[in-house]
Every structure is written in structure tokens, then in C-alpha cells.
Write a protein that binds this ligand. Structure first.
Ligand code: FES
Length: 247
């Protein structure tokens, strides 16, 4: 009986492998092209240099590494440069960092194209990243993504609104699964989202305000949303009354 079942399984045709879709996000879209193509807004002739503050900051970052390993500062410096360059890493940004760290430019391109945090296309003023990995997906991430896109005038993931205020992309897990579903706007996480709170967060950004980051459900962090269900009794000593600083 078991042998017959096994034989059937062995003979069963293997399912076709699903075709990997090319993401529509700016970072992935440029990954699909692999190579940089000069455009009027992104070519090596466009100058880039750190401003005075960032020059100081860059020297401070470089000083954390032994002189012979200063290229180890490539990621923090690319991040610093991306922030100065309105949130995206142009070819001039990469060349500047390569020059500063005395690295072959190709080594910097490799880093910037590998890490999706480096946007190789211009982005809007507010960069909205919607997590759609499994825990967020199970908690309605695709509804949140749809809501974000429709609230921003029906744009699609990878698009920027016409007024340049918002760019939306779909991203993988951001490490805030216990507060799923969530989005990232700029550097901040907005968690425990519903369709209503997503709209509220976006409305605030539209008005130029900055809503309070974190859970939008009333939770403080990621504590049990059903309240305290364990360790509810008064703790016994030693501990609570052990020393004044623990009392
Ligand atoms: S799955 Fe969305 S934060 Fe982890």
C-alpha cells in the first residue's frame, strides 16, 4: 500500500517553478538592468560633494577604521551621501565615495547595487516602504499596500506621486513582525496598522506633519495586545526587596 503510494508520488509530475517577477520597485528595477545608463539626471558629470557638516561627519566615520581598511566605511558613507542627495544614490555619489575612500569605483557600485537600501533612482520627499513578507501579509499587508497606493492617487508600487511628495515600494521583512502590518516612512516605523490608521498616517505626512512613529493601536511597544496573561502575581523575593535599587 505504502509502496504504491510512494510510486504514485514519484511519478507525479513536478509542479512548474513559478516565474520570478521583476519587482517594480526602483531599486529592483535598476537591478534588473544591472548596469548604469547615463541619463540627464544621473550621469558622472553632475557634481556631488559632501557639504561642510558631512565632510566632518565623514572624517569622523573614517576615523573608526584602521587607515589601511578605510574602505570599510563605504556603507555609512554611502548612507550619509544618499541622505544629502535627497534620498538616492546617483553615479556621482558613488564616484565621490569611491574617490574619498580611495577605492575602485566598481567596488562601490557593487555595494550600492547589492543593498536595496541604496536607491539608485530619485525618490519622493516621503519614502513609503510597505512590508509584505509573511507575518505582515497574514495581517493584511496587501490591503495596507492597496490603501497606501489609493490614498496617494492610485499610484503603483515603485511609483512617485506627480507632486514628488511620496514614493511607494513593497519591501521584505523589516524586523517588526510582532507589530504587523507595518510600513516605514523615511526612517520611522508605523506599526499595528489598520486601513484607518494608515490613512491617518499618510494624511499627516500630506499636511507636512510627522505622525508619532510606532504602534498605531495604542500598544506601547510589542506587548501582548490582550494585556498581561502571565507573571500576574506579585513577585516574591529575593529581588523586589533585595536592595534599594531593585525595590
Ligand atoms: S514581516 Fe513585516 S516586519 Fe517582518
Amino acid at each position: 500500500m505504502f509502496a504504491a503510494q510512494l510510486a504514485r508520488q514519484v511519478r507525479a509530475p513536478r509542479p512548474l517553478r513559478s516565474v520570478r517577477r521583476i519587482s517594480t520597485t526602483p531599486a529592483r528595477r535598476s537591478d534588473a538592468l544591472f548596469v548604469h545608463r547615463d541619463t540627464p539626471y544621473n550621469n558622472p558629470k553632475i557634481p556631488f560633494a559632501f557639504n561642510a557638516d558631512n565632510q566632518k561627519r565623514a572624517q569622523e566615520i573614517i576615523s573608526h577604521y584602521p587607515p589601511q581598511y578605510k574602505k570599510a566605511a563605504v556603507i555609512p558613507l554611502l548612507d550619509l551621501a544618499q541622505r544629502q542627495n535627497k534620498g538616492w544614490t546617483s553615479i556621482s555619489v558613488m564616484n565621490y565615495v569611491a574617490n574619498l575612500l580611495e577605492m575602485p569605483p566598481m567596488r562601490v557600485y557593487e555595494v550600492a547595487t547589492f543593498y536595496t537600501m541604496f536607491n539608485r533612482e530619485p525618490i519622493g520627499e516621503n519614502f513609503v516602504q510597505v512590508c509584505t513578507t509573511t507575518p505582515c501579509m497574514l495581517r493584511g499587508a496587501y490591503d495596507i499596500l492597496g490603501k497606501v497606493c489609493s490614498e496617494l492617487g492610485g499610484i503603483k508600487p515603485g511609483d512617485t506621486t506627480k507632486d514628488g511628495k511620496f514614493t511607494v515600494i513593497e519591501v521584505e521583512c523589516q524586523g517588526a513582525c510582532s507589530n504587523a502590518p507595518m510600513i516605514v516612512v523615511g526612517d520611522d516605523f508605523y506599526e499595528d496598522l489598520t486601513l484607518e490608521t494608515t490613512k491617518k498616517v499618510l494624511d499627516a505626512f500630506k499636511k507636512g506633519e510627522k505622525p508619532k512613529p510606532g504602534p498605531q493601536s495604542g500598544r506601547h511597544t510589542s506587548e501582548n495586545s490582550a494585556g498581561l496573561t502571565a507573571l500576574t502575581s506579585k513577585p516574591y523575593g529575593p529581588g523586589e526587596f533585595c536592595t534599594p535599587e531593585f525595590s
